[in-house]
Design a protein around this ligand. Structure first.
Ligand code: GDG
Length: 468
């Protein structure tokens, strides 16, 4: 293949392996957002195929050139499960769980980032645009720039960037800031994340920062301007609307309600089973409402989808035990033969079933303790074409910055969450409609296509500024 003008670099390729050895597009917003752009640009995508020791030659799939990066079982354990998910993930989510700092993990992280950077450099055409995705690859921008000063480099950070007081714990904080500053544009979910990063650049490297820009010295007395600002990610809203309008999906929503014994209200949580999502906090609040008699199992059932995630990382194994103990205790105490308090599903479901659940849910509970954006909140409102339902949303999500018409809560304040749940359960249809219409407008006008357009536009501007 000819070299590409647009190269996306992400931990995962946008495809999964079939049982019969073929490939299929993986579900997910990023893939949906970038696919049309990539096809138009004859783009290339560099990423891991998802299984250790899988060596696959580059191939074309659905109009996109895919460049697989091989990871050994040890790479997966140290770069991915270790440094990415047991060091950076907890540190960047405000140390909700204790980050583990292991030097061998860091060394492998550097090595693997180098492998991704080299693959991107090899496939990028002269003057190409390279767009790096997320916290697994924070060193790639600098590594690419060192080898290819001709390309324009973007980086998007999907998770929070923490306050400097926390970030400064990282033994390799300086290398990480330098790695990211290799980019021309660094995108964050919230303005607060961008300012946290700018502060880290000031404190670690003494660089000057001004209104959205960081001045990085070139070494010859001149400086280069790196843009660090927010580009809040979104969903492919129209695909959720289409699913929500399908007769079979609506019939399934009615069936779910009937199967649950027709409770007056269905409360719903949908999360990867992750300690950042505040699943225990929401269950505690719900359990106490049952205990206090403010709710009963006839009045309300909580459906909690907790899709399996990072099952080889200790903190996740422990969290699962805690949640399952809690579900067992609450259900054991309050279930009747006809009704359950919590219908807990440690399973992953097809998109149709998720949308049917969104349609069945009178109240959507998003109680993250920290979350880069939270796409579930946006999916729920997109699906509610009937302008009904209530979104209860944690202040500590990126989505909260855009979704002022949700009922916002501090998930640490259990009494506050309980009152908010009661307010949601009791909310009159007219108020539901008012709030939902305003939330839907926002999500429809700011969908994921607009997000990628805005980011690529900022990169095009950076390219122009660098050329002049
Ligand atoms: C990271 C950041 C940021 C979940 N279970 C099933 C399923 N899902 C889908 C949801 C949603 C996605 O997974 C989860 O996205 P979130 O945004 O809620 O959270 P993270 O996975 O933590 O994502 C986050 C995001 O990156 C994007 O930048 O918003 O803050 O942490 O789309 O619907 N989908 C299906 N079955 C399931 O069982 N089909």
């Amino acid at each position: 293949m000819n070299r590409a003008d647009l190269v996306v670099v992400a931990n995962r390729l946008p495809v999964d392996r079939d049982e019969d050895g073929g490939w299929r597009t993986s579900p997910g917003g990023l893939v949906a957002a970038l696919e049309p752009v990539m096809r138009r640009a004859d783009g290339a995508w560099v990423g891991w195929p998802g299984k250790p020791d899988m060596a696959v030659d580059p191939f074309d799939f659905d109009g996109v050139h895919l460049v697989p990066v091989t990871l050994s079982a040890q790479d997966v354990a140290e770069y991915y499960e270790g440094f990415s998910n047991d060091t950076i993930w907890p540190l960047y989510h405000d140390v909700i769980a204790a980050p583990r700092y292991r030097r061998e993990w860091w060394n492998t992280y550097v090595e693997v980032n180098r492998r991704f950077a080299d693959a991107a450099v090899d496939v990028a055409a002269e003057g190409a645009t390279i767009w790096v995705q997320d916290y697994q690859l924070q060193l790639v921008p600098k590594m690419v720039r060192e080898r290819r000063p001709d390309v324009t480099i973007g980086y998007f950070h999907h998770i929070p960037f923490p306050a400097y007081g926390l970030f400064s714990q990282l033994p390799w904080r300086k290398q990480v800031v330098e790695g990211l500053l290799g980019a021309d544009v660094i995108g964050f979910q919230r303005t607060a994340d961008a300012s946290n990063f700018a502060r880290a650049a000031r404190r670690q490297l003494r660089y000057q920062t001004r209104a959205g820009g960081i001045h990085v010295p070139n070494g010859d007395g001149t400086t280069r301007l790196v843009i660090a600002k927010s580009f809040p990610i979104s969903i492919d809203a129209s695909s959720y609307i289409e699913l929500a309008q399908r007769e079979d999906v609506q019939a399934r929503a009615r069936e779910i309600r009937a199967d649950l014994g027709n409770p007056e209200k269905i409360l719903l949580g949908v999360d990867r089973l992750d300690y950042t999502k505040g699943i225990r906090h929401r269950m505690k609040a719900f359990g106490e409402l049952l205990r206090d008699g403010r709710l009963s199992v006839e009045r309300a059932t909580l459906v909690q989808v907790a899709s399996p995630s990072r099952e080889r990382v200790d903190a996740y194994v422990q969290l699962r035990d805690e949640i399952e103990l809690m579900v067992g205790r609450i259900n054991g105490t309050y279930d009747t033969m006809e009704h359950t308090a919590i219908r807990y599903l440690h399973q992953a479901f097809p998109r149709e079933e998720m949308v049917a659940l969104y349609l069945a849910a009178d109240v959507m509970l998003v109680t993250s303790l920290r979350d880069g954006m939270n796409l579930v909140a946006k999916e729920y409102v997109a699906a509610r074409t009937d302008n009904r339902g209530v979104l209860l949303l944690s202040e500590f999500t990126g989505a909260a910055d855009e979704m002022g018409s949700a009922i916002q809560v501090n998930p640490h304040d259990i009494e506050g969450v309980k009152d908010a749940i009661m307010r949601a359960v009791d909310m009159a249809p007219s108020e539901q409609g008012r709030r939902m219409r305003s939330l839907r407008k926002r999500v429809q006008e700011h969908d994921v296509a607009r997000w990628s357009q805005d980011f690529l536009e900022a990169l095009a501007q950076a390219r122009k500024a660098n050329a002049s």
